[in-house]
Design a protein around this ligand. Structure first.
Ligand code: AHR
Length: 554
């Protein structure tokens, strides 16, 4: 990968792990049902509102993501809405996408937004940031950016989805002035500025109303190779004056790579060098974490450490989950450092890139750069990760899965007129029910999963998830990571009884199962009624599964 730093193991433990809490009175006594696990939802212990924005997406000009995935062109025989793939829009609407990040990623710091506006036939072709990584026979539109999809088309895409746009500004190679003008193009009122008139000329009289602005991307690497201190100076400069037009603006600072604690501390120290008055200029601090190292501790080499997307054994399954599980420690660790300087807790975390990253070879459309075909493993990974965000609503205010279509942890795959929803897409569909709910502390206790890691016993947790309350409706999502053992659980809600409920389960007998253009529904959520009601209900969580319980409380 371009400029990604070597990873060091996090020294912060997964502090959010929810096991039995000693001395905590049980709301219900174990019964004789043979249950091996227990889930207790604590109605009296709210965690905060789960921001819909943690169910966010990421759309970069990279490989087949924009050209082929999102944009098929207005004259295409593939059903489209003003050039945007219709099936994608229809599917995304079902999952209530809150926010979409664009145009990168690393691409963002090489992109001139002016190339992507104005008459489509006059827009220039430019060398894509990712051109060097493309194969010689790679698609021309993936190597040489044709700029047919730009700010206007992206704004239309967001409008069609009912999602908010999140734009990442180019700090490495454009000036602060050009950043202000992009804001002006997007947000200045109809008829007010020359750029507003240019926007109107393209058919967009009303402002796009872009609230979220990323100030660079991975500024420690592809976004300029700055030190944290140098970047803080740039951040102050880029955000010191930005036109507002009565539009709330939220700046997202390029934050740490994985467990680079010094970036977080160094950035905030330099930002506040002249006083803490600068803290409110940061709405969110970006955090990036990809789960890529499946070498079982043998190497930290970015190329050698990666595993395969489709061919894996059960150790690889657990290794990926272990890598993903680091997210909770990263959130807690960076949050603690942020609090040393931001004592009033104005700044939240924005995990605007997350997901598994495998070596090339697992593409549905061979040759598509960074495309991988998500399996049931990635669905379990994604459920686990979204539950980590759900459990930290006071810290995580936005997250963007990397990336939407034809890329890393994609929700969708498409090529020409073919399309499918991946198991990851189904998880987003199930978990949308958490959006805007009140997160509740929930205690999961289950037998620990053990496995043989190259001759040494290794463990992973047995059952975990998250709960949120929406009036009288309780949503509980649960991941069973065990490749072969189901978990029979007693479920109790302290402070309420369960009147009725339903369950949606995503599972398959083959842990490698995935959807494809030929078998679009191999991995698909199944709905069933929850048997029982009262103080305790029972449910069996199948092996290697993601489940959602929707319970009506009395
Ligand atoms: O998601 C792919 C790339 O990973 C992004 O462009 C970059 O920000 C990160 O390194």
């Amino acid at each position: 990968m371009v400029g990604r730093r070597d990873f060091l193991r996090s020294s912060v433990s997964a502090a959010g792990t929810l096991l039995f809490v000693k001395n905590s009175p049980l709301p219900f006594a174990p019964d004789s049902s043979g249950a091996d696990s227990r889930i207790e939802v604590l109605l009296g212990e709210p965690l905060g509102t789960i921001s819909p924005n943690i169910y966010g997406h990421f759309c970069e000009h990279l490989g087949g993501l924009v050209y082929d995935g999102v944009w098929v062109g207005e004259g295409s025989k593939i059903p489209n809405v003003n050039g945007i793939r219709k099936e994608l829009v229809d599917e995304m609407r079902k999952i209530h996408p809150a926010v979409v990040r664009y145009p990168g990623g690393c691409f963002a710091d090489s992109y001139d937004w002016r190339d992507g506006i104005g008459p489509a036939s006059k827009r220039p072709r430019r060398t894509n940031f990712w051109a060097g990584a493309e194969k010689a026979d790679g698609a021309a539109s993936h190597k040489y950016e044709p700029n047919q999809f730009g700010t206007n088309e992206f704004a239309r895409f967001c409008k069609l989805l009912g999602a908010k746009p999140y734009l990442a500004a180019n700090v490495r190679s454009l000036s602060a002035e050009q950043f202000y003008q992009w804001v002006e193009y997007c947000n200045s009122p109809a008829g007010s500025t020359t750029l507003a008139e240019e926007r109107a000329g393209a058919g967009f009289r009303e402002p796009f109303g872009v609230q979220f602005w990323g100030v660079g991307n991975e500024s420690w690497g592809c976004g300029g190779n700055f030190t944290a201190q140098e970047y803080a100076v740039e951040f102050r400069r880029y955000t010191e004056w930005v036109p507002r037009y009565e539009q709330e603006i939220s700046f997202i600072a390029s934050g740490p790579n994985v467990d680079d604690w010094e970036w977080t501390r160094g950035f905030l120290e330099e930002l506040t060098h002249k006083g803490k008055g600068r803290l409110p200029s940061v709405w969110g601090m970006a955090l990036h974490h990809y789960a890529w190292n499946l070498s079982r501790g043998k190497t930290n080499n970015w190329e050698q450490g990666k595993g395969d997307a489709l061919t894996f054994d059960l150790v690889d399954w657990y290794e990926l989950l272990r890598e993903g599980e680091r997210m909770e420690g990263l959130i807690n660790g960076h949050w603690q450092i942020m609090g040393e300087i931001d004592t009033e807790r104005r700044i939240k975390l924005v995990v605007d890139e997350w997901g598994p990253w495998y070596r090339p070879g697992g593409e549905m459309t061979p040759g598509n750069l960074l495309e991988q075909t998500p399996t049931l493993r990635d669905a379990v990974f994604s459920g686990m990760t979204l539950d980590i965000f759900n459990r930290h609503p006071e810290k995580v205010t936005m997250a963007n899965c990397a990336q939407l279509i034809n890329c890393l942890n994609s929700l969708y795959l498409a090529h020409e007129d073919r399309f499918c929803v991946t198991p990851v897409g189904h998880v987003f569909g199930m978990y949308a029910a958490h959006q805007g709910g009140q997160g509740l502390r929930t205690i999961f206790s289950a037998p620990v999963t053990t496995y043989d890691r190259d001759g040494k016993a290794a463990t992973f947790w047995g059952l975990k998830g998250a709960a949120s309350l929406h009036d009288k409706q309780l949503v509980v999502t649960v991941v069973n990571p065990h490749v072969s053992e189901a978990r029979e659980a007693e479920i109790g809600v302290r402070g309420a009884t369960v009147k009725s409920g339903s369950v949606i389960t995503l599972a398959h007998t083959d842990i490698h199962a995935h959807n494809s253009f030929e078998q679009r529904d191999l991995v698909k959520p199944q709905t069933s009624a929850l048997s029982g009601s009262g103080k305790i209900v029972h449910h069996t969580f199948p092996a290697a599964s993601v489940s959602k319980l929707e319970l009506t409380l009395a």
